[in-house]
Design a protein around this ligand. Structure first.
Ligand code: AMP
Ligand code: MG
Length: 428
């Protein structure tokens, strides 16, 4: 990577250049529940049929379907109950003509049976509380059951040898369930990336410490760390570096074991020289102006670790909203790529803006907004207030960002615009 100051590039170009530096991480073996949100590194193949045997889908009576043909309340068929079978046990009794076995959901079908009559279609519910379920060892069937009725067949879900979850799938709750259903307690997944986060600036103060006049609290490191965690990475907070080459170098060194280093602030043109010295010594950097608002300045490069590895570095702008929006657009795809995921694109939808969105400086405008569904079933977008890139509370109130194109100077109230959902679940 060259040490150049390039002119304005698009969000897509910046993202493409950044993503070229990342690849999927190595594989680790994790306990099922700990793998939640990670990506499967291997096809998962069924080691047996599921279900392994034909079994009953209902509590009821296993019967020979032919014995129930034509049954009704007026013409009940009386069958002899020869056994009781719970789930988890194999019946040693074979059903003969005129016989039934009382059977619980999940229990394997007894030999000789080919249908199940649910309790509701027999006289069993008519028994008084405390009375034995069958009267005189018989049951009366009120409804005919066709062959196969209420049976779950062997292998109807999964066949032995079949790929039940392909490599590349994210482990969600349903995958954990499926993996457990074939007896697995561990699984191979791609490792989560460790993301080292460093704030820079003499004025920046750690939350929990007293605030001296003229200073501000470090919102960036903590906000970004929360995003890293939410996107599936492992944040490693490096603290705050003073605006000196020495301190910056020392603190960056602590992050060189990470898979990615994220810094905030010091990327506006004036400030950057000092950071650039460090980067020139320790690696290489590109400094870009990205055609977006908020978050125009962005640095991207790589540090050389002592072991020769190249550690990608994303230099975010200092303004809190700019840093979060930039991390959303560039950090999230990088984390996803390291996790083995390519589905980093947020869901977008068309919404009708209720506010005018003014976009005079020919950059793509990601304005903070709240998207909600109107009574007419359409989506509406309301700006969350002033859009200054230091106004973090308006980010907190938002569940979406507008995507106003670079060449569109204004969206008027009532106009349909693209919005990118950040918290889909909060959209009513
Ligand atoms: P800079 O890029 O250093 O010029 O910073 C731009 C703005 O972001 C300044 O107002 C900084 O005070 C502010 N800023 C820098 N770092 C942080 C941080 N970690 N948390 C909150 N605000 C910050
Ligand atoms: Mg600064």
């Amino acid at each position: 990577m060259t040490q150049s100051v390039s002119s304005m590039i698009s969000v897509e170009e910046a993202r493409e250049r950044i993503l070229a530096f990342f690849s999927r991480l190595d594989v680790e073996r994790k306990a099922l529940l700990d793998a939640l949100g990670q990506v499967l590194a291997e096809d998962v193949v069924a080691p047996f049929d599921i279900p392994p045997l034909d079994n009953t889908a209902m509590d009821g009576y296993a019967v020979r379907a032919a014995d129930t043909t034509g049954a009704s309340e007026a013409a009940a068929r009386e069958l002899r109950v020869v056994a009781d079978l719970a789930a988890g046990y194999i019946s040693e009794t074979r059903i003969g003509p005129g016989e039934a076995i009382r059977i619980m959901t999940g229990a394997p079908m007894p030999p000789g049976s080919d249908a199940v009559v649910p309790f509701e279609e027999t006289d069993e519910p008519l028994r008084a509380v405390g009375e034995a379920p069958t009267r005189g060892g018989t049951v009366r069937v009120f409804k005919g059951a066709g062959p196969g009725a209420n049976i779950r067949y062997r292998a109807e879900d999964v066949r032995h040898g079949q790929v039940i979850i392909p490599a590349g799938r994210v482990v969600r709750a349903s995958e954990v369930g499926v993996l457990a259903s074939i007896g697995l307690s561990e699984v191979n997944v791609y490792r989560r990336p460790v993301v080292a986060i460093l704030s820079t600036g003499d004025e920046v103060t750690e939350p929990g410490q007293p605030l001296l006049p003229g200073r501000i609290y470090d919102s960036n490191a903590h906000g970004i760390a929360a995003m890293v965690l939410k996107f599936g990475g492992i944040p490693k907070l490096l603290g705050i570096a003073k605006d000196t080459v020495d301190d910056l170098t020392r603190k960056i060194h602590k992050g060189l074991a990470a898979d990615m280093i994220v810094t905030s602030a010091g990327v506006s043109r004036g400030d950057f020289d000092m950071v650039k010295d460090v980067l020139a010594r320790e690696g290489a950097i590109d400094f870009w102006t990205v055609r977006m608002k908020p978050g125009k300045p962005l640095a991207f490069g790589a540090f050389r670790a002592p072991d020769g590895r190249s550690v990608p570095h994303l230099g975010l702008p200092g303004n809190p909203v700019s840093s979060m929006v930039s991390f959303e657009l560039f950090g999230r795809p990088a984390i996803f790529k390291m996790l083995g995921r390519d589905d980093w694109e947020r869901p977008t939808l068309r919404a009708i803006t209720r506010d005018a969105v003014v976009n005079t400086d020919a950059r793509r405008f990601y304005a903070r907004c709240i998207v909600s569904k109107g009574k007419d079933g359409r989506y509406y977008a309301d700006l969350t207030g002033p859009q200054g890139s230091g106004i973090l509370t308006s980010m907190s109130a938002a569940n979406a960002l507008t995507i106003i194109p670079e060449d569109q100077p204004q969206a008027n109230p009532g106009e349909e615009i693209d919005v990118m959902m950040l918290d889909w679940e909060q959209a009513p």
